[in-house]
Design a protein around this ligand. Structure first.
Ligand code: HPA
Ligand code: ZN
Length: 325
């Protein structure tokens, strides 16, 4: 009885969304043509056919090279505005947007080009009736030194960045590798979060480290927390939220983790549902919630709770938050 219309209509916040993961095949082709970049494909169908991934690394191997079509500030702006225009139809009122500066600086694009393009979209999002903020992520498969350098590059743009996150390949790259830079980020007043991806080699150990050593304010994915009752109680007490992405999970581990998501939600963990990389998984935020409802028993109350949680665990100032709740 849960309709896509009901889910779409619910006012919501999106908190786990990689801007680089919103690069749709049509825009990819337009930018490739404009910037004279050979991407190996010339039609949308060819691009879609190349999207064959069954693990996080196999996804990342397609995801990073595609970013080469993003060359100038306007490209980053256009990418973000295209996403925001799409999710206006999903009644997204507020979005905290991940971006990966190192995926661009490592191929010769300046930090300023990236931040200025994305930040212009943050400013202009108001024209769409959406409020937005940026979360800068470090690539965990790059060095701690590279993360520290990236943090230095970000400091002159302190006012444009709300939080700091950690993404890319978790294998062999635990939270502790970045302890020093996250400590600095926290001291500088940034909000902090980290990906704790699904079914990693030491998922629960990494979750424990992220929560207790780094003291993150949210976990991105993080559903392996069900393996440790004490940690589940800890996040409940602390009001630490999980930003889950069921369709993304379905691609990278062949399991939406819907049981974990709904069990945690119903026992009071501040769980949210998000799209992660919607252009690659062909699923925007309402599609993710709908997919969950099609595969697991879900009630309208569950959908309402997901939407409430999305504002509750956002990093909006309290006064703003309560205006949405
Ligand atoms: N996990 C890690 N890195 C990523 C993801 C993710 O879900 N999406 C984009 N980069
Ligand atoms: Zn992610």
């Amino acid at each position: 009885t849960l309709t896509k219309e009901f889910i779409k209509g619910m006012p919501k916040a999106e908190l786990h969304l990689h801007l680089e993961g919103t690069l749709e095949p049509d825009l990819k082709l337009v930018l490739a043509e404009k910037n004279q970049i050979d991407i190996g494909q010339t039609t949308i169908a060819e691009i879609e056919k190349s999207y064959q991934f069954d693990s996080l690394p196999s996804f990342l191997n397609i995801y990073y090279p595609a970013m080469n079509v993003l060359q100038v500030e306007e490209d980053f702006y256009q990418l973000a505005m295209a996403y925001l225009t799409k999710v206006k139809a999903h009644n997204v009122r507020y979005a905290e947007l991940f971006f990966d500066p190192q995926a661009h600086t490592s191929r010769g694009i300046s930090f300023e080009t990236v931040i200025n393009g994305y930040y212009r979209a943050v400013t202009d999002s108001h024209t769409l009736g959406i409020e937005t903020a940026l979360i800068m992520c470090f690539l965990r498969d790059m060095s701690a030194e590279s993360a520290a350098e990236t943090f230095e590059q970000a400091l002159p743009h302190r006012d444009k960045i709300l939080g700091i996150g950690l993404d890319s390949d978790e294998h062999g790259n635990p939270p502790g590798k970045f302890k020093a830079v996250f400590k600095r980020a926290k001291e500088a007043g940034f909000h902090i979060t980290m990906h704790c991806d699904i079914d990693q080699e030491n998922s629960i150990g990494n979750i424990r480290e992220a929560l207790l050593d780094i003291q993150v304010e949210r976990l991105d994915h993080g559903t392996n927390i069900v393996e440790d009752r004490e940690l589940v109680e800890y996040v409940k007490e602390q009001g630490i939220g999980l930003t889950c992405c069921p369709v993304s999970n379905g691609f990278v581990v062949d399991d939406m983790k819907g049981k974990e998501i709904l069990d945690l939600l119903r026992e009071g963990v501040k769980v949210t549902v998000n799209s992660d990389d919607p252009a690659y998984f062909q699923s925007y935020i309402s599609d993710d919630i709908f997919a969950l409802s099609e595969n697991y028993d879900m009630t309208p109350a569950d959908v309402v709770l997901l939407a409430e949680n999305s504002f509750a665990i956002s990093w909006l100032p309290e006064a703003k938050k309560s205006s949405y709740l």
